[in-house]
Write a protein that binds this ligand. Structure first.
Ligand code: MN
Length: 136
């Protein structure tokens, strides 16, 4: 179980992603634009951020770069949500600091697999650096 921030401006996608994650036992923080998402990330230090790439105003790539430039949030993994994944898009997402991406329309198993993968990776990193026991 993790605390996950979703930054998504389309209500149907927010509802779907939120339902999938809540059904898996996760706690949600939700923002409909990048500035609110950045503020919530700084204040609440979520375990993972789901970041829509296409947002009004500041887009998801710029928001991810801002998260990665701030020492308070730079270690939080970012999972990009994108309606398009054309040639070069994955490279742009990774260059901005996204750890992985999933394509819309969101699919239950695919989203959960990506989320679980990033959360497990994060725990493994914590164990390696802090020498904490399993289950902490
Ligand atoms: Mn959007």
């Amino acid at each position: 179980m993790a605390r996950i921030l979703i930054v998504e401006d389309t209500p149907a996608n927010m509802l779907l992603a939120g339902t999938i994650l809540q059904n898996a036992g996760h706690t949600l923080l939700q923002a409909t634009d990048a500035p609110l998402g950045l503020a919530l990330a700084q204040e609440h230090q979520p375990d993972l951020v789901l970041m829509d790439i296409q947002l009004p105003g500041m887009d998801g790539l710029a928001a991810t770069r801002a998260l990665k430039a701030d020492e308070r949030t730079q270690d939080i993994p970012v999972l990009a949500l994108t309606a398009f994944a054309m040639k070069g898009d994955e490279e742009r997402m990774r260059a901005a600091g996204c750890a992985a991406y999933v394509a819309k329309p969101l699919r239950y198993q695919q989203l959960l697999a990506a989320v679980d993968g990033l959360l497990a990776h994060d725990v493994a990193n914590d164990d390696a650096t802090k020498q904490e026991g399993v289950g902490s």
